[in-house]
Design a protein around this ligand. Structure first.
Ligand SMILES: Cc1cc2nc3c(=O)[nH]c(=O)nc-3n(C[C@H](O)[C@H](O)[C@H](O)COP(=O)(O)OP(=O)(O)OC[C@H]3O[C@@H](n4cnc5c(N)ncnc54)[C@H](O)[C@@H]3O)c2cc1C
Length: 319
């Protein structure tokens, strides 16, 4: 039940195990999976930490999307270099500490000295690295959708993959989901031709010619999934600080992510009603963590294999 990224990944993994899958979805146009940029980055957040299990999870993600690309003759995965602009002096210190401790190995990292490079100001410097990818999540979901919904009345297991909406189900309201609203802009930036992702916390992602996506906001208080003037201005202000050019907004979208404080997916069978299972909690890292979690859940449902305790929902069950 629910066919966004989580549902699509699980369907793919189950079908590989010869399990028959049917789906039921609300077919909304503005869900997290529909508006997501699908970015995978090996270094995340203001503190510039290496992504949790980044290398292992990226390999699994790459392999999964690659299987789908081969089967359907489509391109879903695009690789990028990324340039990060430090917003404050302390980031330069954190970066050099992590670099000196070898935390970024074996990534290729290029230090960017304070100054202007390719028309972009780096007041406190920055750095460049590879290992970044984007996944075309909407196309992936569309490819995975079962052609016929032959009904689920005789299903052995029903898996709730309804994103943040799992919270409104009596079965799953105990899960530690904290929906986070994200807004994203489609823009034209005349005269700018970037061949890399540029970020100062807000990123600018090239989509062809002088067209870009700018994202994303993170708001845990506003639970109304509508785009806001505040979100738009926040993104435009940060992007203008990066490129100092006119930015023409051509689209503005928003959705609620199924986030969790501990930043891990939530998967498993219901502790009491074992014919029910759940797959949610993909948060800001669905493109990366989703394939790994889906593979485990599929094998858990089909063969009873244990789940990684970091993502197994049993740890949150209290009664
Ligand atoms: C602005 C923005 C940018 C993002 N950028 C990135 C990024 O760069 N990289 C990244 O990895 N992640 C990104 N994400 C997060 C990513 O979108 C999520 O991790 C992922 O898509 C969540 O997928 P999901 O299937 O769990 O949830 P959803 O996408 O919410 O899908 C749930 C589905 O269930 C359906 N549904 C809900 N209730 C019911 C019901 N009762 N019955 C039937 N169907 C139901 C919904 O209609 C929907 O189709 C971004 C999110 C946003 C909002």
């Amino acid at each position: 039940m629910g066919f966004g990224l989580a549902g699509a990944l699980l369907a793919w993994e189950l079908q590989k195990l010869n399990v028959l899958v049917t789906s039921d979805d609300l077919n909304e146009s503005e869900t997290s999976s529909r508006v997501a940029a699908g970015m995978i980055t090996p270094i995340t957040g203001r503190r510039l930490k290496p992504t949790w299990r980044g290398s292992e999870l990226t390999q699994i993600a790459r392999a999964t999307y690659s299987e789908v690309e081969t089967k359907f003759g489509v391109k879903l995965w695009h690789e990028w270099t990324l340039r990060r602009v430090f917003r404050e002096e302390i980031m330069r210190t954190w970066f050099h500490e992590r670099l000196a401790h070898g935390e970024y190995e074996p990534m290729q990292i290029t230090d960017i000295a304070p100054g202007t490079h390719d028309g972009v100001g780096y007041p406190f410097g920055g750095f460049e690295h590879g290992g970044v990818a984007t996944v075309d999540i909407p196309s992936f979901v569309d490819l995975m959708k079962p052609k016929e919904n032959s009904g689920s009345a005789d299903a052995d297991v029903t898996v709730t993959c309804t994103g943040y909406r799992a919270l409104s189900s009596a079965l799953w309201s105990w899960l530690p989901i904290e929906p986070s609203k994200g807004e994203i802009l489609d823009v034209t930036i005349p005269g700018l031709f970037l061949d890399h992702v540029l970020t100062n916390g807000t990123w600018i992602l090239p989509v062809g010619g002088d067209k870009y996506r700018i994202g994303a906001t993170h708001d845990w208080d506003d639970q109304d999934p509508q785009p806001t003037v505040r979100g738009r201005e926040k993104l435009l202000e940060a992007a203008t600080q990066l490129v100092h050019r006119e930015i023409i907004v051509t689209g503005h979208r928003a959705a609620l992510r199924p986030s969790t404080k501990f930043k891990r997916p939530l998967v498993g069978r219901h502790p009491i009603d074992t014919a029910q299972a759940v797959f949610t909690g993909l948060g800001t890292k669905g493109a990366l963590q989703g394939p790994w979690a889906a593979r485990q859940l599929a094998r858990h449902l089909a063969f009873g294999e244990p789940l990684d305790t970091e993502i197994d929902i049993q740890r949150w069950w209290k009664s």
